[in-house]
Design a protein around this ligand. Structure first.
Ligand SMILES: [Zn+2]
Length: 255
């Protein structure tokens, strides 16, 4: 596989009206198994960001941080599966998918989320900024994780994904602290909004709330939100801090 070279391969602006979303994933496997899976018949992604500390990456003959372009951006890749954001479903049709090598595991009901490597994060940032520059329809709230668009079914890219740091570099959405604090103070005094109001906020922001009428569905929705916007606690329990962050995001992006 040939790594991408921004200087020649990505220099020309592509205007493809198909693309409205940028979706991040972790592979939950090393470089070797990820390449096998992503070049096999079942799943694919436009980009693969390896981990330079992964022995299978070194063994494959690569040195240094590269990014691989597996599927041309003008083609659909099969990374999102059953998915929903706003009024759009099946986001494979309208997104660019980025897979990141990370050995997250789920065993006996317990998730383990290892950190991403600093070199990987730099590569993700460079790739994302390059993509965003070429697809103006990918607004900040349309830069998402697989868990955002498939809550309850997926947990990637997980709580170690640097959403806030990427936002500070110009990639994706984040709330303003001052607005969050205002809502937090309000909720500490009066209690968090009603379930109906919370669901309206989630829906306004883009989350699919169609399964959130059950307790399990609501918990999964809250957990998906927390994995992205409150990564230090993602227990799926709605609390003042979670509600304040959600309200601050809606206030900022959907006033
Ligand atoms: Zn995924």
């Amino acid at each position: 596989m040939k790594p991408i070279n921004y200087n020649d391969h990505r220099a020309t602006k592509s205007f493809n009206s198909r693309v409205r979303f940028l979706i991040f994933h972790y592979t939950a496997g090393n470089f070797s198994s990820s390449v096998n899976a992503l070049t096999g018949p079942n799943v694919s992604a436009h980009y693969l960001v390896p981990d330079i500390t992964d022995p299978s990456y070194v063994k494959a003959g690569y040195t240094g941080q590269e990014v691989f372009n597996l599927v041309d951006e003008t083609h659909r890749a099969w990374h999102a599966g059953v998915s929903q954001w706003g009024n759009r479903s099946n986001l494979n049709d309208t997104s660019i998918g980025v897979e990141i090598v990370n050995l997250a595991t789920f065993s006996q009901g317990v998730f383990n989320f290892p950190p991403y490597q600093p070199e990987q994060i730099c590569a993700i940032e460079e790739l994302a900024l390059n993509i965003l520059e070429r697809y103006p329809d990918i607004s900040p709230t349309r830069v998402l994780g697989h868990s955002d668009i498939a809550a309850g079914r997926k947990s990637d890219p997980g709580p170690k994904f640097p959403w806030h740091a990427l936002h500070l570099k110009g990639v994706g959405a984040w709330f303003d602290d001052a607005t969050r604090d205002t809502f937090l103070q309000q909720y500490n005094e009066t209690g968090i909004p009603t379930r109906t109001k919370l669901l309206t906020l989630f829906k306004t922001y883009g989350y699919d709330v169609s399964d959130a009428s059950t307790e399990q569905g609501f918990t999964q929705l809250v957990r998906a939100f927390q994995l992205h916007f409150r990564p230090d606690t993602y227990d799926g329990i709605m609390d003042e801090q979670t509600a304040a962050r959600l309200a601050a995001l809606v206030h900022k992006y959907f006033p």
